[in-house]
Design a protein around this ligand. Sequence first.
Ligand code: PMP
Length: 292
Amino acid sequence: IPWDSAQLHLLSTAVQFGASVFEGIRCYETPDGPSIFRLPEHIRRLRDSCRIYRMPLEHDEATLIEACIETVRRNGLRSAYVRPMVLWGFGAPGLYPVGGSPLESYVASFPWGAYLGAEALEKGVDVCVSAWNRAAPNTFPVQAKAAGHYTNSTLVKTDAIANGFHEGICLGPDGRVSEGSGQNLFLIRDGLLVTPTLDGTSLAGITRDAVMTIARDLGIEVRDQPVPREMLYAADELFLCGTASEVTPIRSVDHIEVGSGGRGPVTEAIQSRFLAIARGEAEDRWGWRTPV
Ligand code: PMP
């Protein structure tokens, strides 16, 4: 579908109620051509999101994988953001789309640079702990990447920006650290890498998994555990990670400088390995690259 014709009816169920699931995937330029990072894992999560939301996805994973590759190829992109979506289209006026609205699947791809700015990868970002919490686990199934969940994320993000920060960190309903508005979070204390456990308030990020794999390979001990808020202020290093944000250091939280206020050595080691693998500059040890 040409860009200008990619339209949807105003009263589609997805538009009215956020009834869609999606993925965000990055395709990197590598010396061997464009390469999509962890594509099968993203498509598996898309399928899982459909199952959780009882969406009868008609395409198998191989078809969706091929569709992502083809969109990048046909758009002639060297690097890209790839956005598969499964959504309830136009038909049913109410909350029950089955039988009334069609379930539609699309894949878009377009160029998108560093999410938090090119400088952020090196210098880090200033974040706040948001006044908006993540919802309790029995409210939204956050392992599904559903558009409706992102009204919370947009509150967190817009509040953070309105208050002069780059990004906001959410606490869960129990007051412990959950994740960023669209990223998972890691902290380093005495050489140990710690990330909030997946407690039903945060997304099981694919970058989070990549970071843990890389860290272990670098000989860094990784702990997945409940994280009290104050650990953010006492951390030696902090970083956000996600497909869009990649590995972005945090230089301050609530105006309290993190460590020495820049990108710390552990963050830098993990970030450079991550980017080297994604960009095809390091061996693809874990089979994370899909050539276009
Ligand atoms: N948490 C949220 C809320 C997100 O939107 C994202 C981005 N998809 C992440 C974490 C990071 O997930 P991933 O590494 O799979 O992109």
